[in-house]
Write a protein that binds this ligand. Structure first.
Ligand code: NAP
Length: 418
């Protein structure tokens, strides 16, 4: 395949998948990278350098292929999300991106959401673990070691909404009140209406990924986080389908919390994952009060958004929190943070979230040695108090580094550690 604006690197080999979906990863893969808008210009190149160093230290190389969306695409293609960017990420299977700006209220819809939808990257995974030396607003941040799986294609991300004052919203109001016989209050006057779908298919494939991850990574539990006490047929169904999936597909390797107590007196057998559920508001407080009792969380989209940001705050905030989006045989890693336009191009912000998103990508490639090296080098850099502005303001006696200087320090530590 050739592209109009995307240059395929001369060196490097494409990642492919076998018929059963198993990835064939060469030691010199071609990997699409989208630097992104705003601070993407700073953190994108910084992460690239760190990932290059980790690959080199483990006898491999990454052949980067720049792809474009948002501002960089408007300059080249006069559109926000060129088809060839979507095609390249789909075709090359494993990619990494920086943040993309979304206008609030009006303007185009989120390009991040569009990318995840077009590529059917249905699970957003956010590991939340504490790195030694990172300042935290809680007393025992090291208790946090969770992996959040957030559904990425439906619930509020399906974006079914009608604007107040339009004919469409009046049609929906009439339909709901008259045809569906809905007799609770919709106040008179302008009203916006939204509908959220949560399907059996969407729920089960998300929960399947969460349970598989828990089993492969020796995790103790998967918690289904829902608001099923109020939204019985969407959030409540998410819980029910989650348990159903566990019983149908993992009968030997999962048990429920009730079974844990009734049959095992609270002592979890080895090689088994406990599937439990919590109501979302309770879960938000348990994040703080019973942090170490939670492990892998599986959530519909909106709960996952709130929960993973709150969990991220406990381990140092947006400058630190990494993420990845997964479909079947595809991964697009990206930090949790946005494009923070006020800092764009200042070589100032923390590239850790983008670097650790790269770590998720390396794990997906099966390069666990390189992934561990990245984590250890970042931790060593931060614990020696060499930090960017965001952590510097919270650490006494630290050295304030620019984005690029921090990345250089991480590279130096990779070289020392390997
Ligand atoms: P944001 O860009 O994440 O920035 C909010 C604040 O978080 C910043 O002002 C800064 O706080 C801190 N921060 C974020 N990234 C940081 C980093 N790497 N290092 C240090 N501090 C960091 O959130 P926003 O202002 O709400 O959103 C801006 C744009 O990004 C919007 O258009 C939004 O739609 C978009 N967005 C995109 C994604 C994505 O691409 N996946 C995700 C979220 C938001 P201080 O100023 O207090 O230091």
């Amino acid at each position: 395949m050739s592209y109009d604006q995307i240059e395929i690197p001369e060196a490097g080999t494409k990642i492919t998948a076998d018929e059963d979906g198993t990835l064939q990863v060469p030691d010199d893969p071609i990997v699409p990278i989208l630097h992104g808008d705003g601070i993407g210009k700073d953190v994108g190149p910084a992460a690239q350098g760190v990932l290059d160093a980790a690959a080199a230290a483990t006898g491999r190389s990454i052949n980067w292929m720049r792809v474009y969306a948002g501002e960089s695409a408007r300059e080249r293609y006069d559109e926000n999300l060129p088809q060839e960017t979507v095609d390249a990420i789909r075709d090359y299977r494993v990619a990494i991106k920086g943040p993309l700006t979304t206008p609030v209220g009006a303007g185009f819809r989120s390009l991040n959401v569009a990318l995840r939808k077009k590529l059917d990257l249905y699970a957003n995974m956010r590991p939340t673990y504490h790195l030694d030396g990172v300042p935290s607003p809680v007393k025992t941040p090291e208790k946090m070691d969770m992996v959040n799986f957030r559904e990425n294609t439906e619930d509020v991300y399906a974006g079914i909404e009608w604007e107040a004052g339009t004919d469409e919203v009046e049609t929906v109001r009439e339909f709901v009140e008259e045809e569906m016989g809905f007799d609770a209050t919709i106040h008179d006057g302008p009203v916006g209406i939204g509908v959220k779908p949560i399907s059996e298919f969407g729920t089960k494939r998300l929960v399947r990924q969460a349970i598989e991850y828990a089993l492969e990574n020796d995790r103790d539990s998967v918690t289904l986080v829902h608001k099923g006490n109020i939204m019985k047929f969407t959030e409540g169904a998410f819980r029910d389908w989650g348990y159903e999936l566990a019983a149908e597909e993992f009968p030997e390797t999962t048990i429920t919390e009730d079974e844990l107590w009734e049959e095992y007196d609270g002592e979890k057998p080895e090689d088994v994952v406990v599937v439990k559920d919590r109501i979302a508001d309770n879960m938000l407080q348990q994040l703080l009060t019973r942090t170490d009792q939670y492990d892998v969380l599986a959530m519909p989209n909106l709960n996952g958004d709130y929960l993973s940001d709150a969990a991220g705050a406990q381990i140092g905030g947006l400058g630190i929190a990494p993420g990845g989006n997964f479909g079947d045989g595809r991964c697009l890693a990206e930090p949790v943070h946005g494009s923070a336009p006020k800092y764009a191009g200042q070589d100032k912000v923390n590239p850790t979230a983008m670097i650790l998103s790269g770590r998720i990508m390396l794990e997906y490639l099966g390069w666990d040695d390189a992934a561990d090296l990245v984590r250890d080098a970042v931790e060593q850099t931060i614990s020696s108090k060499q930090v960017t502005y965001d952590l510097h303001r919270q650490i006494e006696g630290g050295t304030k580094l620019a984005t690029s200087e921090f990345a250089d320090a991480v590279v130096e530590n990779i070289e020392k550690l390997s």
